[in-house]
Design a protein. Structure first.
Length: 144
């Protein structure tokens, strides 16, 4: 029996689970690589990435790649919340692309951040300072 390569396994996933666009899976794989590099740079000893660590890496990588367009891109891909990335991770695990430990669970991807807080709020303008209103000058005829 011939072993399937990444592309073939990904096509199987997308065919079986139509919720997410193929590009979302490619982004997820790249975001995992980004997260691992960040952990190595920080000299974190454990190579295993938890769900919450991956979500943080996804946040950072998405902002770097797409800036304020992240919500639009994710919506196009069918990704609406962090748990969607968990579903995609477990699709990768199911076909043997990603591995997991006994303690890994889809529940690891719940909570974290809202997409608004992570991808919209950083681009909102700061509120202008509140100034005391200065009364309008009296009409000229009242001054006479």
């Amino acid at each position: 029996m011939q072993k399937l390569d990444f592309g073939e396994k990904l096509e199987d996933i997308v065919r079986q689970d139509t919720r997410y666009d193929r590009e979302a899976y490619l982004f997820l794989r790249d975001a995992l690589d980004h997260t691992i590099k960040l952990r190595k740079k920080a000299k974190e000893p454990d190579q295993h990435v938890t769900g919450q660590q991956l979500l943080d890496g996804i946040r950072q990588y998405a902002l770097k790649q797409f800036g304020p367009m992240v919500p639009t891109v994710f919506e196009y891909w069918g990704v609406q919340r962090g748990q969607d990335f968990g579903e995609m991770v477990f699709n990768f695990i199911r076909v043997g692309i990603f591995g997991k430990t006994e303690t890994d669970s889809i529940e690891d991807f719940k909570g974290g951040y809202t997409f608004h807080d992570a991808f919209v709020a950083p681009f909102l303008p700061e509120k202008p300072p509140v100034h005391t209103r200065i009364p309008a000058p009296a009409p000229a005829e009242e001054l006479l």
